[in-house]
Ligand binder design. Structure first.
Ligand SMILES: Nc1ncnc2c1ncn2[C@@H]1O[C@H](COP(=O)(O)OP(=O)(O)OP(=O)(O)O)[C@@H](O)[C@H]1O
Length: 371
């Protein structure tokens, strides 16, 4: 799939823009603060109906009430087109965001799911490797949602049960008699928690091989990437069949501590993913460039999964990815995604030197205008 044409009106610092893209490499070149990320954000916005960084209201150019983003995407296998038009109106009529797909109004942005195939990488994705477990859990859950939408319902349900259980624990600090109702929540937590854990472990097996291959490719075979799902309840996959029992026991064991804290100290909401490079923990021992390559391999493994599931090459959006990567890694990225349309932002151009003119388009951006 590729983006053929993009139109913006009052989107961030773009008053008006119409641009035709190359079906392979597109470089958005410019100094800091000129609108490079804003342009990528508008493309991402067309695929999800929301931004990767801010609420929709902030996407409207300051001082304006109404904005729109319009994109025509072409499916490579059939040549059929998907036309997405999103209008944001935060004036007096305050209609909010409305989405048209092929001129038909969508009831909610979830109807866009799976229509526009985009994989993005932004500097914030480095947090998958360098920050706390919540970032890794969110990464795996988001990736999973793309191929298994029912995972979303399980997560929502689990969150609800967890909040209610925690409320009950707090009530028990004052009124121990409510303890009788706790087992109902525990049982629901265990059943839903099992669904989440099984989905995640299944997905980890899938992504492990793909991310390893991409990482090997990007590092010229120098680094072996390995991911481990780290459950606070079970030690290895042999324990999977006794997961429910172990979870119930742990909830019982931790009860007095949980009442004191008013929160639940066991369950998949506390799990983590260990990311190793050559058998060493990437978070602790990886250099900045190694962490970035790791995050890239993880995030971009989605392109292979999309290809496997749909037969289509996803559009790859890369925001400022080349800084901190050596020339070799930069070239490997270009090679690895040679079948995908790439839209990449950068303040420099040298990594494209080896790509023939006919294979790339370079746009200079200055104060919300392309040249
Ligand atoms: N809603 C908005 N209305 C008008 N201008 C905006 C809005 N949101 C952001 N901007 C402007 O957009 C510019 C930032 O654009 P962007 O984040 O795309 O920069 P960039 O070119 O990617 O820079 P860098 O290389 O530093 O990451 C800033 O000048 C900011 O003031």
């Amino acid at each position: 799939m590729h983006l053929e044409k993009l139109k913006l009106y009052n989107f961030r610092n773009y008053p008006e823009l119409e641009v035709f893209f190359h079906d392979k490499m597109n470089l958005i070149l410019g100094e800091n603060g000129q609108g490079k990320t804003n342009l990528l954000e508008s493309i991402y916005f067309l695929s999800r109906g929301r931004s990767f960084r801010n609420p929709n209201r902030e996407l409207v150019k300051t001082g304006e009430e109404k904005a729109f983003v319009d994109g025509i995407f072409v499916r490579n296998d059939t040549d059929s087109k998907e036309h997405v038009q999103i209008t944001m109106n935060y004036g007096l009529s305050a209609e909010g965001t409305s989405i048209l797909l092929n001129r038909k109004k969508l009831k909610s942005r979830s109807e866009l799911a799976g229509k526009i195939l985009i994989v993005d990488f932004t500097p914030e994705d480095l947090s998958i490797v360098k920050d706390g477990p919540d970032k890794r859990r969110r990464f795996i859950d988001n990736e999973l949602l793309n191929i298994k939408p029912v995972h979303g319902a399980a997560l929502k349900e689990y969150g609800k049960i967890l909040r209610q259980r925690n409320e009950l624990l707090k009530t028990m600090q004052r009124d121990p008699s409510v303890k009788d109702t706790l087992f109902v929540w525990d049982e629901r937590l265990v059943k839903t928690g099992k669904k989440i854990l099984f989905n995640r472990i299944g997905f980890m097996q899938k992504i492990n091989g793909i991310a390893k291959e991409i990482h090997e490719n990007l590092t010229d075979g120098k680094e072996a990437l390995k991911l481990y799902y780290y459950s606070n309840l079970i030690k290895n996959n042999d324990d999977l069949s006794s997961f429910e029992e172990i979870f119930r026991q742990k909830l019982d064991q931790n009860l007095s501590q949980d009442i004191r804290r008013g929160s639940t100290s066991a369950g998949p909401h506390l799990d983590d993913i260990k990311i190793n490079i050559n058998d060493m923990d990437a978070k602790t021992y990886g250099s900045q460039g190694q962490k970035r390559t790791c995050a890239l391999s993880l995030k971009l493994s989605q392109t292979s999964i999309i290809k496997e599931e749909t037969g289509e090459d996803a559009i790859v959006l890369l925001d400022d990815v080349m800084s901190e990567l050596d020339g070799n890694r930069q070239q490997r990225i270009m090679e690895h995604f040679k079948d995908n349309q790439i839209v990449i932002t950068s303040t420099e151009i040298s990594f494209l030197d080896q790509l023939p003119k006919s294979m790339k388009k370079i746009y200079n951006v200055k104060s919300g205008k392309l040249y």
